[in-house]
Design a binder for this molecule. Structure first.
Ligand code: ACM
Length: 551
């Protein structure tokens, strides 16, 4: 290994740093999410500015870049002669020394000794998560004269849940590419691995579909608070989607698109009126969403949706799951009995109830997704629609309906837990906050942290929980500043709740780490609510009158 010449270290500074590092060895460093296990070891590893990292060629460059940023050392990929002697090494699980548990899946083992920092994992994801942890260790390590003094330790870590997600509603108000890329960076910092991208809904259609250009030329104009037909078009081009998906993939984040059907269809119907299946006929809301549903039985509508899903599938090749909504259909199906195609379907199939039409439609579209090679994701209404358990992922959102959750789990569906309380981040997070939803209470940080243990699921049920997800509905979030304010720091609490094993969760420890985490968010240009200073609420009041979410 070649070393760049270094200035001699002043002995008293080095002694102080070593003392500090030794003290650190006995206190668990501030890692978020808190790892499954942390064992201090004797000694200190001194890392120099010329250190390089031996890692697979396939490791995306962004991980070494963030390690360099965190450490302040220019940690480059080891090349040529550096490779055999590099002291920071990413190794396969197979090389874990005998007697030590071998990491699996997204898990990893970090072993810091006075000689080296070895990071073992079975998968690229495990290596990436290990590097996130190492980055946090290096950022906090004492330093002198450009060297870092890392207390020796062994960290064995693996996530509690496979799905650690965040849903972003782009329809009510549009975020745009720059905000999404920044969000993905912050998600990766905390080992979140799913972006559920709510791209279509009544206020706006946000995904370019080449076969149906009016979806974006017409359907993407306006938002929840701007209903002008000539409002600017706001949507993601297919090229932008590919870029975002690749950016996310480099950070081990899977982007799962949602194309909502058969409800929440107004924007699509505005673009193509022949898709219409009618909307609300409810008291006081007759004209809010008059074209809320697709006609669920018209062959041209099914062909349209098949085509949209095929283009979507091509844009998200490794999503695994495509979410097709399926929620709140009964809010707008009142005109279905008048539609000739629905009448024909009901006669042909012997249906007597609209639920049967909805189930038929769901099975039809789930069949399309299956043919395209994807599982079907849907809101929890779909758990009662007879879809196959091994091809369906249920998103439990109705917190006031625990029996729906229990029925889905007991039936064998994998379930993502994202109940309104505490996972909908459009709910307020402090008693003083004036804008945002409440429903017999609201969603403070501590409730997010305590989730899902507050549900009291038994072990068999928990085994079918795929994971946790926060959802940001954006009716009341016109600006990015407000979207950030609603999201952070609650998403940090969700990240730890989704990753850290139950017996290692510790609210006091999380809260003690939080001030530094808020600083780190701010350094990324991300705003947040500061619970320590009770920072002023960001309300978007200047933008008009945001409406509450449909339910
Ligand atoms: C939902 O909040 N309608 C899923």
């Amino acid at each position: 290994m070649t070393h760049r010449p270094q200035r001699p270290t002043q002995p008293h500074l080095l002694a102080a740093a070593l003392l500090l590092a030794a003290a650190h060895a006995y206190a668990e460093p501030e890692l978020t999410p808190r790892p499954a296990s942390f064992l201090p070891r004797q000694g200190v590893l001194v890392l120099r500015p010329d250190e390089s990292v031996a890692c697979p060629d396939t490791l995306p460059a962004c991980h070494l870049e963030s390690l360099s940023r965190a450490s302040g050392l220019p940690l480059a990929r080891a090349r040529g002669a550096q490779l055999p002697t590099a002291r920071v090494r990413l190794l396969p699980s197979a090389e874990v020394p005998a007697g030590t548990a071998v990491p699996q899946g997204e898990g990893y083992l970090v072993r810091v000794t006075p000689e080296s920092l070895l990071l073992y994992a079975a998968t690229p994801a495990g290596h990436q998560y290990g590097l996130q942890t190492v980055g946090q260790l290096l950022a906090a390590a004492p330093r002198t004269d450009g060297t870092l003094h890392l207390a020796c330790a062994e960290i064995a870590d693996a996530p509690r849940f496979a799905w650690r997600g965040y849903m972003l509603d782009e329809s009510r108000h549009f975020s745009g590419k720059a905000a999404v890329l920044r969000l993905l960076d912050a998600m990766a910092d905390y080992k979140l691995n799913r972006l559920h991208w709510h791209l279509t809904d009544s206020p706006g259609w946000r995904l370019e579909i080449k076969a149906y250009p009016r979806l974006t030329a017409v359907g993407s104009r306006g938002s929840e608070t701007d209903r002008r037909p000539d409002a600017p078009a706001q949507f993601y081009t297919q090229e932008e989607v590919r870029e975002i998906v690749a950016y996310a993939r480099d950070r081990n984040i899977t982007v799962v698109p949602e194309i909502d059907m058969p409800g929440h269809a107004d924007a699509a119907v505005l673009a193509y009126p022949e898709l219409d299946g009618g909307g609300y006929l409810q008291k006081g809301r007759t004209d809010k969403w008059p074209h809320f549903t697709f006609n669920p039985a018209r062959p041209e509508v099914l062909k349209f949706l098949d085509t949209v899903l095929a283009e979507t599938a091509a844009l998200f090749p490794d999503a695994g799951v495509i979410h097709f909504g399926g929620d709140e259909v009964h809010f707008g199906w009142q005109r279905w009995p008048e539609l000739p195609e629905v009448q024909d379907l009901m006669r042909r199939e012997g249906f007597t109830r609209l639920e049967e039409v909805e189930s038929w439609f769901n099975r039809r579209m789930a069949g399309t997704l299956r043919t395209l090679g994807f599982k079907t994701g849907g809101w929890d209404e779909i758990a009662a629609r007879g879809l196959p358990h091994d091809q369906t992922v249920v998103f439990w959102w109705r917190h006031d309906k625990p029996p729906v959750l229990h029925a889905a789990l007991d039936a064998g569906y994998p379930v993502v837990l994202c109940p309104r309380r505490p996972c909908y981040f459009d709910f307020v997070q402090h008693a003083d906050h004036t804008t945002g939803r409440r429903w017999n209470g609201f969603n403070p940080l501590d409730d997010v942290y305590a989730f899902p243990d507050t549900l009291g699921l038994n072990a068999a049920q928990e085994a079918r929980v795929l994971g946790l997800q926060a959802c940001l509905w954006t009716e009341t979030a016109v600006t990015q500043a407000r979207r950030d304010f609603l999201t952070w720091p609650r998403l940090l609490a969700l990240a730890e709740a989704a990753w850290t094993p139950r017996d290692r969760k510790d609210l006091a420890s999380f809260r003690a780490r939080l001030p530094a985490l808020l600083d780190r968010l701010r350094a990324r240009g991300i705003g947040c609510y500061d619970p320590f200073t009770h920072s002023p609420e960001v309300t978007d009041a200047q933008t008009g009158k945001p409406q509450a979410h449909l339910d």
